[in-house]
Ligand binder design. Sequence first.
Ligand code: HEM
Length: 250
Amino acid sequence: MWLKFNNAFTGEWLQYGQLFTNLQESLFGRLFLLIMTIIPCVLLLHYMVIGPKRFAHDGPQVYFFDLFSRIIHWIAAVTFSFMVLTGLMVIFSKPLGGGALIMGGRSVHIASGLLFTVAAIPMFIIWLKDMLPVGYDIKWMFIMGGYLSKEKMPVPAGKFNAGQKMWFWLATLGGFVLAYSGYVLWSFQGPTDTLRLMVIIHNFLAAALSAMFLVHLYMSLFAIAGSLGSMISGYKPQEEVAILHSRFKS
Ligand code: HEM
């Protein structure tokens, strides 16, 4: 059934396979390999030298993420994670042996992309107001949000800091461009030059987003101890809010 659905968009797309293989093997394979190795090393170094920020989780709590935003976030998170994994499978299809595994990965990639786009629209709308840039974001960037220091000094940020805002804009607007270029590639209609351009846009943007995704994972899972809990329960420790979101008003 999936094959029928897919073929309605793509027709005899297999004949163009070589074009993708060449580009992916030469340029994009190296780019993704670089991102997937260098960024984790830099993040590991940060963890070893600076370490995670820890806040008292047994004290008073602040309600930070409502249920709807948490549900939408987790749909985006799961689908995007699948997109990264299966996108890498397509890029590295040759060393992985090609065949049914990669074709399966490609189908999961497309299905996750469709679901991600559906989740990214409400996510964009509900967080837009808090993600608009403000003056003190520049100050936050100058001090790198305090993440290069072990001290717990209050940093200038409201509900979201400048780094989180960059991630939001790249993930949502960039996500929509990825979805559009992915759709054009999937449908495989139009002049070859347009398709080539779409491959280039799709892959460069995917590389940038994957890099930011790794950073987001590191921040949420390791750099701020217990941060994951806030996206599950909706609550953050008051101490964390006072330090990392010192301008936050509920
Ligand atoms: C498995 C992957 C993911 C995990 C574990 C994760 C985890 C989290 C956590 C714990 C927070 C709360 C951070 C805080 O303490 O303020 C958060 C926030 C957020 N997440 Fe994710 N996330 C994931 C994937 C994604 C994806 C794919 C997107 C983009 C579409 C995304 C977009 C956001 C945004 C915009 C925020 C608010 C700003 C920020 O904290 O960066 N997340 N995420």
